[in-house]
Ligand binder design. Structure first.
Ligand SMILES: [Mg+2]
Length: 187
């Protein structure tokens, strides 16, 4: 079968990693309780930043956010390796900017995520992911972001939301840990 995955906050714990970086850079000590209560994908509010300041901060730290020690979500690497071993096709579909394609592929490979030529897509807007997902004829797709998931509601493939504080309102099948995947696909 064909499996499509978003990367940030679906396979790796990027926002929390960025949250720690913001604390260090701003010399603050905002607690993880604040992080877990955020109902926005963006994290700037927790630091008292405006949307514009937050965007500037995120972009200025992008290299550190993407390419240092962001941990994969629990069991993400092992689960995808297992799918790969079983002969399933694994596709990555991320809205990360195009100029980060090579770096992201390399970083993902270093973390142990299975990576094959022609199965990595990036640089699209959230609402454009649907076109790639449709053309790949995926069986399953996983993402954390409401703006993406909302465009996929009428598609035939099986769509799952990765549980995060800002997507709790979404009434679609939900995965809270990658260890649940093997049960999902044997259903
Ligand atoms: Mg994401």
């Amino acid at each position: 079968m064909k499996f499509g995955f978003d990367i940030d906050d679906t396979l790796i714990n990027l926002r929390e990693h960025a949250f720690h970086i913001y604390n260090r850079r701003l010399n603050k000590n905002v607690g993880l309780d604040v992080y877990h209560a955020l109902n926005t994908v963006e994290i700037h509010e927790a630091f008292g930043l405006s949307a514009a300041e937050g965007k500037k901060m995120w972009n200025s730290l992008l290299h550190e956010i993407y390419y240092t020690s962001c941990p994969p979500l629990t069991n993400a690497v092992e689960t995808l390796q297992e799918l790969d071993k079983q002969g399933h096709e694994i596709y990555y579909i991320t809205a990360r900017p195009k100029e980060h394609e090579e770096g992201t592929r390399k970083w993902m490979t270093q973390q142990g995520f299975p990576m094959q030529e022609g199965r990595f897509f990036c640089g699209m807007k959230d609402e454009e992911k649907i076109q790639i997902i449709r053309s790949l004829k995926l069986d399953y797709y996983f993402d954390d972001k409401p703006a993406v998931l909302e465009t996929l509601s009428s598609e035939k493939l099986k769509v799952y939301v990765m549980n995060q504080s800002y997507n709790l309102h979404m009434k679609i099948p939900r995965i809270t840990s990658w260890s649940e995947l093997k049960d999902i696909i044997t259903k």
